[in-house]
Design a protein around this ligand. Structure first.
Ligand code: Q46
Ligand code: ZN
Length: 307
């Protein structure tokens, strides 16, 4: 009869196929948190003394990450990016405020309308650029800005193993080697960018869902109304299929990539990306541009309203 790896009980068991183990519901948080701690320690992401900025969207991954860090004695500094996509953003913000309040953590907010004068829907309307393309660039920049405002040298995001596998897979399909060269759980700081880490890179979507479920966390379940079906959703489905016939295929694929291919690519492309300061906002942008992508979007919004 199967038994829990930690306490030996045989009630309320969860089977973790890829690890070939059983854990009971009560001990599951111990198992999950150990995986995350291991990722943090093995990759030297941060120590318990360091202030860690945590981008919290209200989704299961970022909230799970925040809970692990708070429960295991790290020093998380959560922040929320208010993108002005109503009523979705208001609802997500409320959940994040409640959760951070219950953990006794202060929440900082980057409010796009206040900072830049318009939310994602208005920018998308004015520029006719797909909302997710705008949003991705806005979020990347806001995360860097918030980490610096919160006086953190490290920024943690909730990307999990399924996200990483889908991303690598998608860039393999296109053989986008420059992107692959930068795909790893720790990106060192430099050229105005803070250090970026992904403490959930060892755990799968399902394992995060279980953690959220066992702890009874309230997370945002609805989809953003502006989202179009991303290709990554299809890739994740394909990888679930692969994993169902080949145990631990996702980890084998991703850890093999990190060991065998990524370092070679990083070496080859390390000199390529040079960043300079945006003349308007001071944030890093690619060499050759005067202003960053985000300032470019908002310039277009301004021009469209003055025409
Ligand atoms: S929030 Fe932004 Fe997502 Fe909405 S507009 Fe697209 S990228 S779908 S994670
Ligand atoms: Zn700028």
């Amino acid at each position: 009869m199967p038994r829990c790896l930690k306490c030996g009980k045989s009630r309320d068991l969860i089977k973790l196929e890829r690890h070939r183990i059983w854990v009971c519901r009560e001990c599951y948080p111990w198992f999950f948190e150990k995986q995350v701690e291991r990722a943090i320690e093995e990759k030297n992401m941060f120590t318990r003394d360091e202030r860690v900025a945590v981008a919290v969207s209200g989704g299961k991954d970022s909230l799970a990450l925040l809970h692990v860090l708070a429960r295991k004695g790290y020093n998380p500094k959560p922040f929320f990016i208010d993108l002005g996509i109503e009523p979705y953003t208001r609802h997500a913000r409320k959940i994040v405020e409640d959760v951070t309040g219950s953990l006794g953590l202060e929440l900082e907010v980057y409010d796009l309308k206040k900072e830049r004068g318009a939310g994602i829907p208005e920018v998308a309307r004015a520029t006719r650029i797909p909302p997710c393309s705008i949003c991705g660039a806005v979020k990347r920049q806001a995360m860097n800005i918030m980490a610096k405002r919160l006086e953190c040298n490290v920024l943690a995001t909730g990307h999990n193993l399924d996200d990483e596998v889908a991303f690598v897979f998608s860039n393999v399909i296109d053989w986008n080697l420059e992107q692959l060269a930068r795909q790893k759980p720790v990106l060192e700081p430099g050229q105005g960018m803070v250090k970026k880490v992904k403490p959930l890179y060892r755990v799968t979507d399902r394992e995060v869902e279980l953690y959220v479920d066992v702890l009874g966390l309230n997370v945002v379940k609805e989809e953003c109304p502006l989202s179009r079906k991303a290709k990554s959703v299809d890739y994740k489905r394909v990888w679930d299929e692969i994993e169902s016939t080949r145990r631990n295929a996702k980890w084998s694929f991703y850890s093999g990539f990190l060991k065998r291919l990524q370092p070679v690519l990083e070496e080859r492309f390390q000199e390529k990306v040079r960043l300079v300061e945006c003349e308007k906002c001071g944030e890093p942008t690619t060499e050759g541009r005067k202003i960053c992508l985000v300032c470019g979007f908002f310039e277009r919004v301004k021009n469209s309203t003055t025409q």
